[in-house]
Write a protein that binds this ligand. Structure first.
Ligand code: KG4
Ligand code: ZN
Length: 371
């Protein structure tokens, strides 16, 4: 297969992307130049947080219905902002998984309808691949690189060899990191999504007040675990209840400090694995470390991973904060990158609620369904 990173080709592409895998409805248009660089022409995101607020988490049926209600309008706005019509498009993409099946079907059906009616190539994009490739759109970073992908549903360390070519070297054996932030926020009475709420509280808290575990530290394989950490927060909170504002701030800061140290340790192990790989595969010359996914918006994590990367001679790249969370620009970009390689999909492509990036990765020992 020709490599997108080595041999960019073809005319400029105008790519429409649609994202409906969870609780953000999004549509975007990007331009992919023949040299493989990209530009965002429009990027419209409607978050459903308020729709789910009374339930303390995302309700799949409410999410799917909310996507149906606004997706057509969002697509129109995205096209208008980009200054184009459907007739100008080169291809259309939608997130086909992993995610909530009802929402995925809404986005896929819209993308397929546009593709069919305008006779356009259609690409069924893996949402995780879209996160993984975002730095190509925003900073022109090309594979190969080491990736920490941390979102609400996944926490993985991956070797990104190229588009469509990934090796998973680490994964969570229980909760995803974003999920741990969300559950911690919930148990402390903070709003969802929990990540930003915990980060804000942590700014004012004492990270050393509560002794919390650093899960998986020192383990040979760079896997993660966050369920026990969240439970430890619950225990400390129960012990000192009723909680004052200061207690909540200190619990958040202590939780975030534990997360950062655990993730740093796991990434250090991944750096060693990557360095060993570089000795075997001489085409890997740069020590590039990328973080992506909603949790990559966390400033403390970004800062500490930047320091860690520098200490080992790696360069850290992360998308701008506004493109760490779910959006459709990343779907449009991943779709364009795949289209440039001829990786189009049939209109029969299904929604895939579970869709690992590395299909050959073995289940991590002790892992539940999320690995
Ligand atoms: O990538 P994303 O938008 O959706 C999924 O694909 O899951 O990630 C959402 C997750 C949520 O769990 C949210 O709490 C977390 O990312 N998140 C954060 C921050 N911003 C979003 N976690 C920690 N710190 C943040 N600033
Ligand atoms: Zn995501």
């Amino acid at each position: 297969m020709p490599s997108v990173s080595q041999s960019p080709k073809g005319p400029p592409l105008l790519s429409l992307g649609i994202e409906t895998s969870c609780d953000e409805t999004a549509a975007a248009v990007i331009l992919r130049e023949p040299d493989g660089t990209g530009k965002i022409l429009s990027n419209i995101v409607r978050s459903q947080w308020n729709d789910h607020l009374p339930y303390g988490g995302v309700v799949p049926e409410i999410a799917a219905r909310a996507h149906v209600e606004c997706l057509d309008d969002l697509i129109s706005v995205a096209l208008k902002e980009a200054g184009i019509t459907l007739d100008d498009l080169s291809c259309v993409s939608a997130a086909a998984g992993p995610g909530l099946i009802g929402g995925l079907i809404v986005g896929l059906m819209s993308a397929k309808a546009i593709a069919l009616s305008k006779n356009l190539p259609f690409i069924a994009v893996n949402h995780l691949e879209a996160h993984a490739l975002t730095v190509g759109l925003t900073q022109g970073i090309k594979p190969p690189y080491l990736l920490l992908l941390a979102s609400g549903g996944h926490t993985q360390l991956l070797l990104v060899h190229d588009v469509d070519n990934y090796t998973r070297i680490g994964t969570t054996i229980d909760d995803a990191l974003g999920e741990a932030f969300d559950k911690t926020a919930k148990l402390l009475g903070l709003p969802q999504p929990g990540g930003p709420a915990v980060e804000t509280q942590a700014l004012h808290g004492d990270p050393a007040r509560f002794k919390l575990p650093r899960p998986m530290r020192g383990r040979q394989q760079p896997h993660f675990s966050f369920a026990g950490l969240k439970t430890a927060v619950r225990q400390r909170a129960t012990e000192i209840a009723p909680l004052t504002e200061t207690d909540i701030q200190d619990l958040c800061a202590s939780f975030q400090a534990a997360v950062v140290e655990s993730v740093q340790d796991r990434c250090m192990r991944a750096f060693e694995i990557y360095e060993d790989l570089m000795k075997e595969r001489l085409e890997i010359t740069g020590k590039i470390f990328v973080i992506a996914g909603g949790v990559a918006a966390n400033q403390k994590l970004r800062g500490s991973l930047e320091e860690l990367a520098q200490s080992r001679g790696f360069t850290l790249h992360a998308p701008p904060i506004s493109l760490c969370g779910d959006n459709a620009a990343m779907i449009a970009w991943a779709g364009a990158q795949r289209f440039a390689l001829g990786l189009n999909d049939d209109l029969a492509a299904p929604a895939r609620p579970r869709w690992p990036l590395d299909q050959n990765a073995p289940a991590a020992i002790g892992a539940g369904v999320k690995a």
